[in-house]
Write a protein that binds this ligand. Structure first.
Ligand SMILES: *Cc1c(COP(=O)(O)O)cnc(C)c1O
Length: 360
């Protein structure tokens, strides 16, 4: 068996310890004689799994009791519709457009009401986070929406926008549990699990309880009301059981690593190795303004498409996979989520250095 260094943006690398544990429990989960994949979602064993996962998730974030935690499906993309259907009571909401995912959410919201783009960084191909300290947010906007870490362009809000009393809703898919969060500032945050906290198929949403009501836009299907899932503790219908079980293991792993502050420190050190190299290299260049750099997704280019392709293919042969940039931007992107070990990044940088010398 040989493992590679996987720089995929998602589905992405998971902690090896988690995969090993899951493998050990695959055929016989804790003496039940069955796999978690085969288990009733109404069984006491699964109930314990989902409750423990929620407890650890809350503990990691220091989530207060007035937040409801929901395990959902449909990907982060389904939230683009669920959010306006559930919360656009005045049929108006403000969006900060800092990349493709934010733009998709903004476009989806236009189906349901007036979505107002109050800031954007599209003028410079989303290579920075705009100043959001004094935005012109419509008085009657139901919420302000952001995508906190832009997976494709590699930018991150270092400071949350000044929401001026509006509810802040954040897509944290690609920075989920990568660092502590200032929970008081949010009304809702959510993310697809497959970037940083588990396998594809699970979305975790944390929502202030007082926002979850029957009062949704007319025609909202039962399955798309947060209330449906909140009332049933995420067991209204069959949840993505196996995915939730793996997420639970990842939460335990993060705890064993020292929690979110330790995770942040680890991620900062890891990202610095790569950014320092990019800043000193004559061949490879980062594409993001320094003040907006993501700790999770690091896009870079050589300035030459052929050289990019050569690099990606030689890197793959050397055991560094999925370094190709998103199909919409080209170049390269190294996603270095929580589970990417320090060694993965130091070895990648050594490889890049060698490639630069050989291809001068
Ligand atoms: C990947 C991603 C999405 C889309 O996730 P799906 O689960 O594929 O719908 C949305 N937002 C962000 C920030 C992402 O990185």
């Amino acid at each position: 068996m040989s493992r590679v260094y996987n720089f995929s943006a998602g589905p992405a690398v998971l902690p090896e310890e988690v995969l090993r544990e899951a493998a050990e429990e695959m055929l016989d989960y804790k003496g039940t004689g069955e796999s978690v994949m085969e288990m009733s979602h109404r069984s006491k064993e699964f109930e314990a799994i989902i409750q423990e996962a929620e407890k650890d998730f809350r503990e990691l974030l220091g989530l207060p009791d007035d937040f409801k935690v929901l395990f959902l499906q449909g990907g982060a993309s389904q939230q683009f519709a669920m959010i306006p259907m559930n919360f656009m009571k005045n049929k108006k909401a403000a969006y900060i457009v800092t990349g493709q995912w934010a733009k998709k959410a903004y476009k989806e919201a236009q189906i349901f009401g007036e979505a107002v783009a109050v800031a954007s960084s599209e003028d410079k191909t989303f290579s920075y986070i705009p100043d959001c300290s004094d935005l012109d947010i419509p008085e009657d906007a139901d919420y302000l929406y952001i995508c906190e870490n832009n997976t494709i362009y590699g930018t991150k809000f270092k400071e949350l926008p000044n929401a001026k009393g509006h509810r802040l809703i954040s897509d944290v898919s690609s920075c989920f549990l990568s660092e502590p969060m200032d929970i008081d500032k949010y009304s809702m945050f959510y993310g697809g699990a497959q970037k940083n906290i588990g396998p594809a198929g699970v979305v975790i949403a944390a929502i202030r309880e007082d926002m979850i009501t029957e009062d949704c836009l007319p025609g909202t299907p039962t399955m798309l009301k947060y209330k449906t899932h909140a009332d049933a503790d995420s067991l209204y219908n069959t949840p993505p059981c196996y995915g939730i079980y793996i997420c639970g293991k990842v939460f335990k792993w993060i705890k064993s690593m020292g929690g979110l502050s330790a995770m942040k420190e680890h991620n900062e050190k890891k990202a610095a190795i790569l950014y320092d190299f990019l800043d000193s290299s004559d061949m490879f260049k980062g594409t993001v303004e320094k003040g907006s750099r993501s700790l999770m997704n690091v896009p870079f280019v050589t300035g030459d498409d052929e050289l990019n392709a050569k690099f990606i293919s030689e890197a793959k042969a050397a055991g560094f996979i999925n370094l190709k940039g998103h199909r919409s931007v080209g170049g390269m992107r190294a996603s270095i989520y929580n589970a990417m070990p320090m060694e993965g990044v130091t070895k990648l940088v050594e490889f890049m250095d060698k490639f630069e010398k050989e291809n001068k």
